[in-house]
Ligand binder design. Structure first.
Ligand SMILES: [Zn+2]
Length: 187
């Protein structure tokens, strides 16, 4: 394993290693305390270290240790949650590369829209394609027929499957194809 940012992040997140770090921190604090005491009392570091190691534990020592542990774990968990959220936000889902499929005799194209304040995506701008030229078929008038944007092909609405049925099928197919990402595909 390479020693880089990921390596430290892994140790930082690991439940066992983070406890080792906590104990290590306590050791470092004890060493600093012994060092300061050796300067203040003008004694050797070894003597001060022995003093620290053999000193009587008072209640306030325990309280300070508890506070240090709590602060350490709070910081760690805060970073952890932030990391996870960032990962979730930045995650590039594989299903987002799927923007066309053939269903019920037509090719269909769509785009993905992110659902606000979530990591979910929904199918939008769903259109059938013209069987003659692959142009986009749209319904220009509310009660009119499908018309091709490229050629003059017109298809009666009744011969084109309903978009809501197609959309449900697309979502269903993609959820089956990408089970790991199924939760993020919504209708
Ligand atoms: Zn056409």
């Amino acid at each position: 394993m390479k020693i880089n940012k990921d390596f430290f992040l892994k140790i930082w997140r690991d439940p066992v290693w983070s406890k080792v770090i906590s104990v290590g921190l306590l050791g470092v604090i004890a060493a600093i305390y012994a060092f300061i005491e050796s300067i203040v009392k003008d004694s050797s570091f070894t003597n001060s270290a022995i003093n620290v190691l053999t000193m009587q534990i008072k209640l306030w020592h325990v309280l300070v240790a508890v506070i240090i542990f709590v602060v350490f774990y709070s910081i760690r968990n805060l970073y952890w949650i932030k990391d996870l959220t960032n990962q979730e936000m930045d995650r590039q889902y594989v299903f987002l590369s799927e923007c066309e499929t053939e269903l019920k005799g037509f090719m269909w194209i769509w785009t993905w829209s992110k659902v606000e304040n979530s990591s979910n995506y929904k199918v939008t701008d769903l259109h059938p394609l013209c069987p003659i030229c692959n142009g986009t078929l749209t319904i220009p008038d509310v009660l009119g027929d499908y018309e091709c944007g490229k050629c003059d092909n017109e298809i009666e609405t009744q011969y084109v499957p309903s978009k809501s049925v197609i959309k449900k099928q697309i979502i269903n197919d993609l959820r089956n194809k990408y089970p790991d990402e199924a939760l993020f595909i919504v209708s």
